[in-house]
Write a protein that binds this ligand. Sequence first.
Ligand code: NOJ
Ligand code: CA
Length: 688
Amino acid sequence: MKTPMLLRCMALIALAISSPALAQTPAVARVESPGHVLAVEVTTDNDGRPSYAVTRMGRPVIAPSRLGFILTDAPKLDRHLALTPGATRSVDETWEQPWGERRFVRNHFNEMRVTLTETSELMRRFDMVFRLYDDGVGFRYEFPDQAALRTVRIGQELTEFNIAEPGTAWWIPGFEWNRAEYLYNRTPIDAVGVSQTPITLRTDSGLHVSIHEAALVDYAGMNLQRVEGRRFRAALTPGFTNAAVEREAPFPTPWRTLEITDTAGGLVMSNLILNLNEPNAIGDVSWFKPMKYVGIWWEMHLDRSTWSSGPHHGATTENALRHIDFAATNGFGGVLIEGWNTGWDGDWFGNGADYSFTEPYPDFDLERVAAYARAKGVQIIGHHETGGNAFHYEQQMEAGFALDQRLGIHAVKTGYVADAGGARVAGPDGQPTLAWHESQAMARHHLTVVQAAAAHQVAINAHEPIKDTGLRRTWPNWVSREGARGMEYNAWGQPGNPPEHEVNLVFTRLLAGPMDFTPGIFGMVTRAPDGVATTWAKQLALYVTLYSPIQMAADLLENYEANPGPFRFIRDVPTDWDDTRVLNGEIGDYVTIVRKDRHSDDWYLGAITDESGRNLTAPLGFLDPGRRYRAEIYRDGPAANWNPRDGRREDIVIESREVTSADTLDLRLAPGGGQAIRFVALGRRSTR
Ligand code: NOJ
Ligand code: CA
């Protein structure tokens, strides 16, 4: 039986169907989002060229934009196409995340399917599925099983995004050597070059748009090429041949996604990417516990010890035991140990062929360290740096994950350090060949790893990864990844991240999913010319503003031991949330996010700013109205400033006061500063 919602939705779909002839009658199909906020119209012109357009409350957001494909071994698929209506449906369901930034996710959309069939004698066809939410649109192509198109070799996807209004764009360049590790450009939309996704736009009328993709499975990652003006076209990551993608039909493409909201915070609140992914395919993952971790890590980036063997080797048994003791004492779940395995001594960068994922260096007693960790209730986080050599890794990983499982290791950080285009995969002949990090081959590789890891109850945190497209919903052991400039850039002997960087991340990279940014540095002087360009309070606030189910306390242990006051917040802050809300924010300028702990009644607040100091207000209406809370506040002190010429990064004030949901807090953030607050629920809930 049809629901009234479905009837309403169907009534909105007006279709004029053309007859299959060469000169075609233009056709149009239309669907609206459940709350009538967004609408999509798909049309074909009199030449049978399909396009789609998006409006919000009747105003154009995406002007008519082309759809279709250039194939490498068959005529292109972009005109002489007749549009026919397919099924429509409405869904309103709520599903539960095993871990996440919120426990329950509402999936509420209207869907429209259309079929595009060639009017020429080939009669090839594909479907387009549009899902409309009130805060975004997803659409994808589906190639059915058909005799005329069995193996689909896609040279180019012709999908376009023709931005209706002028505005500003935040973006990082595509196809550059350093993959995703660039600072964000802020330019007019019509000055973007080739951009990675997510790309974030703010139009002159104040609309916020994030373009990305969801469910990147067995397909090439999409960049966006600005063609002219504000018109962008999908630019697929190259494959082995002139085809970026080679698939046997039937198959769907990834979803092309548009989050469209009237505030910047609305983008952060959107669940579009997760909702467009398939439900959990691996069942119970309770063996993975969201956690904080310390590690033998920052000391290598500071050049105090080495991944390679020798007198300064970082991953010694003794150093590992010290980190395990520290983690156990401070209630942290994990200890990352990098440089434990043989293979680092040669030319590992972009090579990776020498790595063993089972053989420890002689000065690292793996069995003893693992037994010690188990006895202390701490997990070792394994490390599999591959140097980008996925080919070599695929031959070794099974043994590596089996070893992890035997030792009680339930999380592994992988790494693919190699310049863009320099990853190695098995080519069509089974021999190693070079590939891009976001190629179809690497998309396959990452899922091969995640599935092999799941079979051994191991969670994956990939660095130098393929972009996040929400696959954690389907494979919830893919828990985090890097995929942007992380904290490590603040360690090296080159310019680090400027104060606006983390605020940019919240509204760009983090819209794709969790990031292993590795916050929590107190030792602000490093090898980078500006060191760590934030205040201490901002370091603490990053635990709330940059979501990841695994969060590193990245600094040297002695910096935590010497500063128990601010370290307290890092000890307290959870990494698994019941709910998340954005109190305020502007892209690249500032943001305040509050999250409720999944395992207590406590709330946490993180506010961060760019190089400008700010006064923000935080109405506490999110708190339970029936309760009192002790606000444990970690704020920038009067002399706090990211810039050592103007103040002190370390100036932090830690204070407590009682608050209720009726209060509003004034947050004073220093230049490059932040504020972190834990709201501890007091007493019992009153029955008001
Ligand atoms: C780059 C990663 O991002 C970093 O975290 C890691 O320490 C090094 N590669 C070595 O694997
Ligand atoms: Ca990296």
